[in-house]
Design a protein around this ligand. Structure first.
Ligand SMILES: [Zn+2]
Ligand SMILES: [Zn+2]
Length: 255
């Protein structure tokens, strides 16, 4: 399995910053933030599945646009996997015929560009040899993370989440974890803002990390543009034993 980071920033601005989008091989997206816009049209058309962590705009911004761009070129709908609660938000506030067309009925209800597939916390969905499992998250809106398992190992993407013991319990039960991607959206100097917006800062993240550094690589996402150096200094201070690495647009990981 090939994991390509199309975007992992907490915002936009310049070449380094694209919002959250992870490409699994060439046919599955986890979230569809602004990083998706860098794919060419053929690459967009190859995407058959998208797993949504939550409905915040930085995670779904390119979903409506990519459907409009490649829907007519594709022979089947894009399958969007998410919780029923997230589907309800997307239907009510995005694909509502006002902000954007209802692509679950366009061009026809029998052959739409988009269909939803429910996936609740704890549920799994196999696509080829890759098994996607929704993990707990706490973010003020309905949210999940994902484990992606292959016969050779797993990676976990925590999505947007503040302190969430159930997530870490789930992570502890993954024996073949290779990469753990979690957010640190704010530096410790903005801890109160992190708490109010139901994100994490390095100190809050470090308080949840397993006592023993595992065999997995700890990768940090969703860092606020302009605060990368400060956030990484904080992380080195509070989580040095886990050797955290900041995720970057264009990074590729293979399992
Ligand atoms: Zn969010
Ligand atoms: Zn976000």
């Amino acid at each position: 399995m090939k994991l390509t980071v199309l975007g992992c920033s907490g915002g936009i601005g310049g070449d380094a910053h694209r919002t959250t989008a992870l490409l699994v091989d060439d046919d599955v997206l986890i979230d569809a933030g602004t990083g998706v816009a860098d794919l060419d049209i053929d690459a967009l058309a190859r995407i058959d599945h998208m797993f949504v962590t939550h409905a915040h705009i930085d995670h779904i911004a390119c979903l409506p646009l990519m459907l409009d761009t490649v829907g007519a070129r594709r022979a089947k709908p894009l399958v969007v996997h998410c919780t029923v609660a997230t589907e309800a938000i997307l239907r009510a506030h995005l694909f509502n015929g006002l902000l954007w067309p209802d692509f679950t009925r366009i061009p026809s209800p029998n052959r739409p560009f988009l269909c939803f597939a429910p996936l609740e916390e704890g549920d799994s969905c196999a696509i080829g040899e890759r098994i996607f499992t929704a993990l707990p998250a706490e973010h003020g809106v309905p949210a999940v993370g994902y484990r992606v398992a292959t016969p050779r190992g797993s990676f976990v993407f925590g999505g947007d989440s503040t302190t969430c013991p159930a997530f870490w319990d789930a992570v502890a039960r993954i024996p073949d974890l290779r990469y753990l991607i979690v957010e640190a959206a704010f530096p410790d100097s903005q801890r109160e803002l992190a708490i109010r917006s139901e994100h994490l800062c390095p100190a809050l993240l470090a308080a949840q990390l397993p006592v023993h550094a595992g065999a997995f690589q700890l990768l940090i996402s969703h860092v606020k543009p302009g605060y990368a150096d400060e956030t990484m200094r904080d992380l080195q201070r509070v989580a040095a034993r886990h050797a955290p690495v900041m995720l970057a647009r264009g990074d590729v990981y293979r399992i």
